[in-house]
Write a protein of this length. Structure first.
Lengths: 301, 283
């Protein structure tokens, strides 16, 4: 199907793409290569030292107690953040899809946190989850819980190392669950009413309609949401900075935070680069198959 | 089975749950607004949820203009606009060109090229941060607003290309063919056919870019540490970490830092949504 182009026209189209292609080639791929090189170097002081040391930085990192805690925190955070956002997002979408009066109003409220910076979210939630003290009394959410008679739910939140990163996940769910709602709602609107009606006529209960008709049809959206939220989760940094910092005993620390601190405060560039490469590999495992699949499927259509 | 015959209490429960969630999402904004409006005398952590007795704009004034050893966020706001506006325009323009070529002038390998471009949208920026700093230093752009603009422009290309490519894919082939028959070349088709219908695409892309650049922290804190060029997110984070600044001033500062993107969302929500859904690779 390829048309024969005049040579000049093909040249112009390539020239139009050229600035972006060069920029991305250098700033994305070139820089990733450079970081990879740094991660295998001896540059663990202020001045660059590109002596090749192989995988030494990586081996040291995996033996590093802080990095092990970080990986565990990241797993806990990702698990909670994903399940929480998906469950709440799906619930809200299903509820809003039931011909609700004032749907637009509710939708706007559920989604607005998406437009905020993680820094703003972090600053506010730091105060909301400030537990107060037994002597002076509760503050923030604890105070609110006391007021509405749910005092038994009080927690030390991020100040309690046993809660730690889970408290940060709550703030992240607050920010991103509306996004999942929007995705699911768009998906639900794309499912023709006749399909549900047909299932109902066949005697399916409302629950069965969702379980066996709606959910399977929404599977691509669930996958998309997992990919998007998953890569945000692996990269989470701003929220930690603004809300808690690394926390007591690194209870709210994550690899991205460790990376920035070790690179730009401690000047351990090679160690920072190694963390960055590990993050990149994790994100790639999630993104690359999805990306190739999406573009290829679209090309077939 | 239809809605009309539904038992009323089920309906009531539905609205109860919806309102409950609305309260959950609005809770931080309630605290932000209520606290920012309290006077310094009235601010008390243990009365955090109480309404203010009298309105006071003191907190906003102090957050913006500073006082008592802290400089205020006013100039950081200006910095954020200086970064966000040029970077938004530049990345939108580049994305439009790329989207046009990748949707209407496909060539062998164009899908591969597109996939390679898109990958840049998902990478953790930690993996390019060290070379970025080194390069900006060599170019004399480290610690400057132009340096930050450059970073945001380049790393914005993937998402703007994606949105424009999907958008231009909806422009009918026949329109392009007709212009070609009239003798329009590559640039002619772009300026005569594509640009005139591009407005909604530009709105979606520009809202998306403005929001992400305004809200960015990682590039800002890495490239623009110097207080003179700090965007508002970095300054706000410093403000919040400082013990000399009162809690109500922090809340007022947060509210103001949130305001530009919040207003964009409230007034252009429809376009915001489209950008959001485009981010998940669906057109």
């Amino acid at each position: 199907m390829r048309r024969r182009w005049l040579k000049g026209e093909r040249l112009i189209t390539l020239l139009l793409l050229l600035p972006s292609v060069i920029a991305v080639a250098v700033f994305v791929y070139g820089f990733i290569g450079w970081t990879g090189y740094v991660s295998m170097s001896n540059w663990n002081q202020l001045l660059p030292d590109y002596t090749f040391v192989g995988l030494r930085n990586f081996l040291k990192l995996f033996a590093h107690p802080r990095f092990q805690i970080d990986l565990r925190n990241l797993a806990v955070f990702t698990g909670l953040f994903l399940t929480g956002s998906l469950a709440i997002g799906f619930l809200l979408a299903v509820l809003l899809d039931r011909k609700v009066r004032g749907e637009g109003f509710f939708r706007t409220i559920y989604l607005y946190p998406m437009s905020l910076s993680f820094i703003v979210t972090g600053v506010v939630w730091r105060w909301l989850m400030n537990p107060g003290s037994p002597q002076m009394g509760s503050t923030g959410i604890n105070l609110l819980l006391e007021k509405i008679g749910l005092g038994f739910l009080k927690s030390g939140w991020y100040t309690d190392p046993r809660v730690g990163i889970k408290a940060v996940a709550v703030a992240a769910i607050w920010q991103m669950s509306g996004y999942v709602m929007a995705m699911y709602l768009a998906g639900l609107r794309g499912i023709p009413e006749e399909l549900r009606e047909a299932a109902r006529v066949d005697g399916a209960s409302e629950w069965q309609v969702y379980r066996y008709v709606i959910l399977p049809l929404l599977r691509p959206i669930t996958l998309g949401a997992i990919i998007i939220l998953g890569h945000i989760s692996l990269k989470i940094y701003d929220l930690i900075v603004a809300m808690t910092g690394p926390g007591i005993g690194f209870s709210t620390d994550v690899p991205a935070y460790f990376m920035w601190e070790t690179t730009f405060h401690a000047n351990r560039f090679a160690q920072g680069a190694a963390i960055a490469i590990i993050l990149l590999l994790m994100v790639s495992l999630l993104i690359v198959p999805y990306l190739i699949f999406s573009v290829r499927r679209e090309a077939e259509v | 089975m239809t809605m009309g015959r539904r038992i009323p209490w089920q309906r009531a429960l539905l609205y109860l749950v919806l309102v409950g969630f609305a309260a959950f999402y609005l809770m931080p904004v309630y605290v932000l607004v209520v606290t920012s409006l309290k006077s310094f005398a009235e601010v008390n952590l243990y009365r955090m949820w109480d309404l203010p007795h009298s309105f006071s704009l003191e907190s906003f004034r102090k957050a913006l203009l500073g006082g008592f050893g802290f400089t205020g966020l006013a100039h950081n706001f200006v910095n954020s606009f200086y970064v966000a506006i040029p970077a938004t325009l530049a990345s939108a323009f580049l994305g439009s060109l790329n989207g046009y070529v990748l949707s209407k002038w496909r060539f062998r390998g164009s899908n591969t090229l597109f996939t390679l471009l898109l990958f840049g949208m998902f990478i953790p920026y930690q993996s390019i941060l060290i070379p970025l700093v080194q390069t900006l230093m060599k170019l004399g752009l480290y610690g400057s607003i132009p340096g930050l603009i450059l970073a945001h422009t380049v790393y914005g290309i993937p998402i703007t290309t994606l949105i424009f490519r999907n958008y231009y894919a909806t422009v009918p082939r026949e329109l392009v063919e007709a212009a070609r028959i009239d003798g329009a070349g590559v640039l002619g088709v772009y300026t005569r056919i594509m640009l005139p219908v591009s407005m909604p695409g530009f709105v979606v892309v520009m809202i998306w870019q403005f929001t992400s650049i305004w809200n960015d922290f990682l590039f800002a804190v890495t490239i623009a540490q110097n207080p003179a060029v700090q965007p508002v997110t970095v300054a706000l984070n410093n403000l919040a970490g400082s013990y000399i600044v009162e809690w109500n001033v922090q809340m007022a500062g947060s509210l103001m830092a949130a305001l530009p993107t919040l207003l964009v969302y409230i007034f252009l929500g429809r376009y915001f949504m489209r950008g959001l859904l485009a981010g998940s690779l669906k057109g």
